[in-house]
Ligand binder design. Structure first.
Ligand code: B12
Ligand code: SF4
Length: 514
């Protein structure tokens, strides 16, 4: 049996980013292990309609059962509307399956939707479609009539001892690429504002160390890749996990560079982890600090004394820089309970003075409405008790008009605003005020003169400027711009260069013969 998986990642400017999403490759690896012939098409946002048609005509065969579509984030474009209409017309017997963490947010009109981690749900659906299962398929019909399989609830793909991704030569992996992999699924913590569905995990939810070793050594041997994004909610949740994976990376024929989410309180408190992280090459950290206001932190469940945390963070940064390399990023949320414009300014000032060449990201407090997600954070469910009200007039149209074109490296802008968030207010400010604050923060000339690139985006900047990870350490965005001779917005230059790589991939893919 044969299937195609179309996937991609959208850049801030709505174009295809040369960033692979791990989900489809992970799904493909899983199905191949079950005997399916699966091909992944990456960077789907960069393909023209004619190219997509040419590709599909060259791949579809009598055994093609389905075309899957999905990614880590909801992606869509007018080309895809026309493409899937065409599929329905020309290949009416092929089932269209959409998948992703919240696939109901997708605009695609698919035959089936799979929400959450999808390996086992897709396996069950394919057995159902091919008549090879006697078990009744579990699915729900959502209010908009869509048939949705709730992967995380009914076919949990966690914990999994193997989370292996095996790329194929027809994926045309580039040596300088940063690939995404996972150490485990779920988080041992349970922060009140967190919307992730697998929280408070008690048992070991990590993959086998050997499984990681095989994947990393293989991608190095075949393509020369040394850079990774770790897709764990919290990479440093417990020391044993770090030790386990250091035992795998120690045996590699190369030294990997890894970027991932780390809890700053644990990083600051557990100095014993520092050498292990350095040994793993886990040197790019994103810390969701969220606030430095104690009252706000208590409510969200990240209650470490902020002074202690910030001191520990600087100490850790200095240790990493002395003994290896380091790129750190903190993210803050504007609009948390007890946070005021003044308390936020105090935090921003601290980072401005102490965190130069690293990165700071500011996100708006997002309270989701019913958008089909399996779980909502505790804070989301009890927002009224924290003094939030829904505004009488929806503020989002205004926000969209004024702030959606914010050229940040991710997180605000069109993609986020399309989500069905609550238009909230409290006694201090409202969601529009929060967006205004965020806009001013990013648009201030100080931003690029103080901070470096977002730690996740270094993967794209590396490729665009053909420079190693270390080139982006200890440099502000303004310094990188000057060094590269860029006069406009640096992200535009990154994206223009990425489009060349996307086109090169498309050409190779179209010319590929089995
Ligand atoms: C790493 C990460 C990031 C990184 C991405 C780096 C990178 N290289 O890709 C960064 C920091 C940039 C990021 C940013 C954001 N993130 Co984020 N992120 C993650 C995280 C932790 C891991 C993503 C990942 O790679 N997972 C591993 C792969 C294997 O999973 P996957 O791609 O989702 O694939 C699985 C399923 O989706 C499904 N699937 C995928 N494709 C397909 C296709 C088919 C056909 C099928 C059937 C199934 C299927 O099966 C796959 C295997 O199980 C997830 C949470 C999580 N653990 O997944 C949040 C998560 C994806 N992020 C989320 C959010 C909200 C954001 C932001 C909007 C945050 C913000 N406030 O700005 C931004 C938006 C970014 C953008 N659009 O530009 C949400 C997305 C919710 C949603 N609406 O879909 C998640 C799910 C966390 C959460 N629950 O809140 N993120
Ligand atoms: S915010 Fe981070 S640490 Fe807290 S529960 Fe969510 S994933 Fe875990």
């Amino acid at each position: 049996m044969h299937g195609l998986l179309l996937t991609g990642f959208m850049s801030t400017f709505g174009k295809s980013s040369f960033r692979r999403t791990a989900g489809a490759h992970r799904i493909a690896t899983h199905l191949r292990q079950l005997g399916w012939d699966i091909e992944v098409l990456d960077f789907v946002m960069g393909w023209s309609l004619a190219q997509l048609k040419e590709y599909t005509n060259s791949r579809v065969q009598s055994s093609t059962k389905f075309i899957g579509f999905g990614g880590t984030f909801p992606i869509w474009s007018p080309v895809l509307v026309a493409y899937f209409d065409w599929i329905k017309e020309i290949y009416p017997n092929i089932t269209i399956i959409a998948g992703g963490q919240i696939s109901n947010l997708y605009k695609i009109q698919a035959d089936w939707y799979i929400d959450g981690f999808g390996e086992r749900a897709l396996e069950a659906l394919l057995k159902h479609l091919t008549g090879t299962s006697t078990e009744k398929l579990k699915y729900q019909i959502f209010s908009n009539g869509r048939k949705i399989i709730k992967g995380n609830l009914d076919y949990p793909s966690f914990p999994m001892k193997s989370l292996l991704i095996k790329y194929q030569d027809r994926d045309f992996i580039n040596q300088n690429e940063t690939l995404v992999t996972e150490l485990g699924r779920g988080c041992i913590f349970n922060c009140r504002f967190c919307n992730f569905p697998i929280l408070g995990v008690k048992e070991d939810h990590s993959r086998d160390a050997e499984d990681l070793y095989i994947e990393l050594q293989d991608t190095y041997d075949r393509y020369g890749v040394t850079s990774y994004h770790l897709a764990d909610e919290t990479v440093n949740d417990y020391t044993k996990k770090l030790e386990k994976f250091a035992s795998a990376t120690r045996r590699l024929d190369f030294k990997p560079t890894m970027v991932g989410f780390a809890r700053a309180d644990l990083f600051a408190a557990r100095k014993q982890d520092w050498d292990i992280m350095l040994e793993m090459g886990f040197v790019g950290h994103h810390y969701g600090i969220e606030s430095t206001n104690m009252d706000s932190l208590k409510i969200i469940g990240k209650g470490m004394d902020p002074d202690k945390l910030l001191t520990g963070l600087l100490e850790g940064r200095d240790y990493f820089k002395k003994h290896g390399t380091y790129k750190g990023q903190v993210s803050l949320i504007a609009g948390l309970p007890h946070e005021t414009p003044e308390s936020l300014d105090k935090s921003l000032k601290w980072f401005n003075n102490n965190w130069s060449t690293e990165s700071v990201m500011l996100f708006p407090l997002y309270i989701p409405k019913n958008d089909g997600r399996d779980t909502a954070s505790k804070l989301t469910l009890e927002w009224e008790s924290h003094g939030y009200r829904e505004t009488e007039i929806d503020l989002f149209p205004n926000i969209l008009k004024r702030y959606s074109k914010l050229p940040t490296q991710y997180g605000v802008g069109d993609s986020l605003l399309e989500h069905t968030g609550l238009s909230w207010e409290n006694n201090v400010w409202n969601v529009e005020g929060v967006y205004k604050k965020i806009f001013e923060f990013y648009m201030s000339p100080d931003y690029s003169k103080t901070y470096g690139p977002v730690v996740w985006s270094v993967s794209e900047w590396k490729l665009a400027f053909d420079k190693p990870f270390d080139y982006f350490i200890d440099k502000t965005i303004a310094e990188i711009k000057a060094d590269q001779g860029i006069s406009g917005i640096v992200l535009e230059s990154v994206i223009i260069k990425q489009q060349v790589l996307v086109q090169d991939y498309i050409t190779k893919k179209l010319n590929w013969k089995s």
